[in-house]
Design a protein around this ligand. Structure first.
Ligand SMILES: Nc1ncnc2c1ncn2[C@@H]1O[C@H](COP(=O)(O)OP(=O)(O)O)[C@@H](O)[C@H]1O
Ligand SMILES: [Mg+2]
Length: 261
């Protein structure tokens, strides 16, 4: 998957400003950045949910604007707003999605059942999506994104609002998928998760990419750079690295909210 000078403006405001991304097959790619950096706007453009103001997106070797239907058939998406139908049960939502992707009735039923069990959403089969908690909705949206066995999975903040147990299941599953050559592209501001999972990262701030590359290399690069010439510095946590490249670390001064602390 690649983007070429991707731009999105909302009126006068430029949310995504000339982003060039390159994501290889089977990579576990973490797209990071502070709140409002442009992550969700970018992922919407990568998945055909939002048209770019300028620039191009290629997914699975195809131009997204020209062949969006073919691309959409082969990708899975958990968007920011989850795109679920509130008046359906989880099983109905999966049936709808499976049939929409052209799976047979039999495949849809079987895969839907397995996905609901894996996500532990099969306990209350009559429950409607509108009655789901946020974490449950997220898991259902992920199940829908997987039912047609996509070649690339796009996840916008997949761990947000998901409990520890489900997070573990989700992490294990995503690692298995990438081991089978499925590409995972996720946005997150939870750096510990990204640090443990991702092979590659990019960091965006104020609509611009500031870093892109293999996580190990980035970390070694900065560790060496930090050294005093006597063999390089210590490995740097992704959080330290993130704060450094974003440059957003506020001085831990005394005058932070003096009326509060
Ligand atoms: N539909 C929209 N109209 C106007 N501004 C928007 C719209 N969507 C996003 N933005 C703005 O674009 C910026 C990036 O938003 P977003 O991509 O959601 O950030 P992130 O996902 O990194 O937190 C924010 O300043 C946000 O307010
Ligand atoms: Mg977002």
């Amino acid at each position: 998957m690649e983007t070429f000078e991707l731009v999105r403006r909302f009126g006068d405001f430029t949310a995504v400003d000339g982003v060039n991304l390159r994501v290889g097959r089977g990579q576990f790619f973490g797209f990071l950045g502070p709140n409002g950096a442009g992550k969700s706007t970018t992922i919407k453009m990568l998945t055909g949910l939002l048209a770019p103001t300028a620039g191009r997106v290629r997914v699975l070797g195809r131009d997204l604007a020209a062949e969006s239907l073919e691309v959409k058939r082969r990708i899975g998406v958990v968007p920011e707003d989850l795109n679920l139908f509130e008046r359906l049960t989880g099983a109905e939502m999966l049936t709808f999605t499976g049939r929409m992707y052209g799976l047979t009735r039999e495949e849809t039923r079987e895969r839907g059942r397995e996905l609901l069990a894996l996500m532990e959403l099969d306990g209350e089969p009559k429950k409607l999506v509108v009655e789901y908690s946020h974490g449950m909705k997220k898991k259902l949206s992920l199940a829908c994104a997987l039912i047609h066995r996509p070649e690339i999975l796009f996840l916008d903040e997949p761990f947000e609002g998901v409990d520890a147990l489900a997070s573990r299941t989700l992490k294990d599953l995503l690692l298995k998928l990438t081991a089978r050559g499925i590409t995972v592209f996720l946005t997150s501001h939870v750096l510990e998760i990204v640090e443990r999972l991702c092979t590659h990262i990019a960091i965006i701030t104020a609509g611009r990419l500031v870093v892109e590359g293999a996580l190990g290399e980035l970390r070694r690069g900065i560790a060496v750079g930090e050294g005093d010439g006597a063999g390089g510095g210590d490995p740097v946590s992704l959080e330290d690295y993130f704060i450094r490249v974003i440059g957003g670390a506020r001085p831990a001064g005394e005058d932070v909210l003096p009326w509060l602390v």
